[in-house]
Design a protein around this ligand. Structure first.
Ligand SMILES: [Zn+2]
Length: 96
């Protein structure tokens, strides 16, 4: 899986695929097919469409439409912390 920053070499963010690895490790599911509903603008988009800021401890995902923080993921010693306060719904397809 690769992440991009939409062609902007100096953009401070990558796409939401950067979240799929850590979330998959935590929950054992494929998050590349997840969708997230932003609590700020109430729009539902693929997780991959979120803008992920990864130049700090942990990952901070923002909505590409309203820039609301929709998710924070931090790995500490022995624990993952996932903050979903900025999201209304995180949905995944049922595994076949
Ligand atoms: Zn939004």
């Amino acid at each position: 899986m690769s992440t991009t920053n939409a062609g902007a070499e100096d953009a401070p963010w990558v796409d939401g695929n950067a979240l799929a690895g850590p979330l998959g490790e935590i929950m054992g599911a494929d998050f590349t097919v997840a969708e997230l509903t932003c609590a700020g603008c109430r729009t539902t988009r693929p997780l991959a469409a979120m803008r992920v800021f990864d130049r700090a401890p942990g990952l901070v995902a923002r909505c590409p439409h309203c820039e609301h923080v929709v998710m924070r993921v931090v790995r500490t010693t022995g624990r993952f912390l996932v903050d979903l306060r900025g999201s209304l719904v995180l949905s995944l397809p049922v595994p076949q």
